[in-house]
Design a protein around this ligand. Structure first.
Ligand code: SAM
Length: 412
């Protein structure tokens, strides 16, 4: 591998300058990879690994609940992570709005009867008059685009034209649902965004009492380190007081060195599976959680890699898994050996590592599917939030009993 480090030519544009040595090395790797793929497609290479049968069924992390009679509206729906979590928690789906047409196709593929508005003409939330949903929605959920706050981006916050918090808030303040759920990246908790959060989120939602908290997908049985922030707001203080932040349902401490908040942790919990175990790969004497899968609509777009950072490369390597050149299905992946003989992933494997069950299909080419997966809320995490919101809104739920969970009131 090239020894000289690459440098940023212009840090605001994040443009790499490669040395000649590096450029040649990357060209060689790319050529090798194309040759290996062609020979696999022509059936000239023998199968590198068996077709894996996963051990983890993400449906077991989110048991289908009975209809709870709560109606939900989905904004910025993407490939449907939040939508699926709410669906399995028993909500009635009223409509989804999403700018990217392929995401609409994914939602319709899985739930043909759902009302899904997609593309610039129908799905752009900036153009919708939300008055049509007054009295028709109990919970609005959505993940406004996270690039403005992501450490992978420039963190321009309010100055970033992709900041869509204002649109989410406009929908909430027009429709006035009983509750809302908004998801975002951890970057939004950076102190540099404190005033943004106060002025442009909390102060704009004066009629809601709001709590914000962090969840890690690994604490809910998903074999991935994926830390995200949730803002949950209730119109009635009484409902807010009945809301409990979802406690961990799985124990991932054997993988994670960081200390958890003691009240969220219970040592009797079942253990989160590692990646190899979840995918049903042979034992190699080592397993781990997946590093955070990259959000592929950010940065380089048409990529079939799920690598988020160079640290991630080592983590995947230690598990003998190849995080680049993800294939459309398991048969193709098994026929296309990674150069170092590490296991090559298929999109079904990546979806599973994000907590999507095999039954949830994605429309589009590999890079588009990875984009939808990497951008999503892990459905089992969405499910836990949805379930606890429903409990707070239902009068007789065991989940809504006051507990010692560290609910932090941040506005209202
Ligand atoms: C973080 S992703 C949401 C993922 C989704 N919550 C899930 O769990 O799968 C944000 C989504 O917002 C969409 N988006 C951005 N601007 C939009 C707009 N003006 N109207 C509708 N959707 C938009 C993006 O295309 C992207 O799919």
């Amino acid at each position: 591998m090239a020894s000289t480090a690459s440098v940023y030519k212009n840090s605001s544009k994040r443009e790499y300058v490669l040395t000649d040595e590096q450029r040649n090395e990357y060209r060689r790797i790319s050529l090798d990879s194309r040759l290996a793929k062609s020979s696999a497609e022509l059936g000239l290479s023998s199968s590198a690994h068996h077709i894996n049968t996963p051990k983890l069924d993400p449906c077991s992390l989110m048991e289908q609940l009975e209809q709870n009679k709560l109606r939900c509206l989905s904004l910025f729906s993407g490939g449907g992570g939040l939508d699926l979590g709410f669906d399995r928690a028993g909500y009635e789906h009223v409509a989804s709005y999403e700018l990217i047409p392929i995401c609409k196709e994914t939602l319709k593929l899985n739930r043909p009867k759902w009302k899904v508005f997609g593309g610039v003409h129908e799905g752009d939330v900036t153009k919708i008059d939300w008055n049509i949903y007054q009295d028709a929605i109990d919970v609005i959920h959505g993940g406004p685009p996270c690039q403005p706050f992501s450490i992978a981006g420039e963190q321009k916050g309010i100055d970033d034209e992709r900041n869509m918090w204002g649109e989410f808030i406009r929908a909430v303040n027009t429709i006035r649902p009983s509750a809302f759920v908004a998801e975002n990246v951890l970057g939004i908790l950076n102190p540099k965004f404190d005033s943004f959060v106060q002025i442009y989120i909390l102060d704009k939602l004066q009629d809601y009492t709001i709590t914000k908290f962090e969840m890690n997908a690994a604490d809910y049985g998903v074999p991935q380190i994926r830390r995200r922030v949730f803002f949950v707001g209730f119109k009635k203080v009484n409902d807010f007081n009945k809301f409990n932040i979802p406690k961990a349902t799985y124990n991932a401490d054997h993988f994670l060195s960081q200390k958890k908040m003691p009240s969220l942790f219970d040592s009797e919990l079942p253990r989160t599976l590692g990646v190899r175990a979840a995918l049903g790969l042979p034992e190699i004497g080592f397993d781990n959680l997946a590093p955070t899968i990259r959000s592929a609509f950010t940065g380089k777009r048409n990529t079939t890699s799920i690598l988020n950072s160079s640290a991630g490369q080592k983590s995947w390597g230690d598990m003998e898994i190849w995080p680049n050149g993800v294939q459309l299905d398991r048969v193709k992946a098994s026929k296309f050996p990674a150069k170092n003989d590490h296991f090559r992933l298929s999109v079904q494997d990546v979806a599973l590592l994000q907590g999507f069950p095999e039954s949830w299909k994605f429309a589009g080419a590999v890079y588009q599917v990875l984009g939808q997966i990497g951008n999503s809320v892990a459905p089992p995490v969405a499910y836990q939030v949805a379930k606890h919101v429903a409990a707070a809104l239902s009068p007789h739920s065991a989940l809504s009993q006051p507990s010692m969970s560290p609910l932090m009131r941040v506005a209202g």
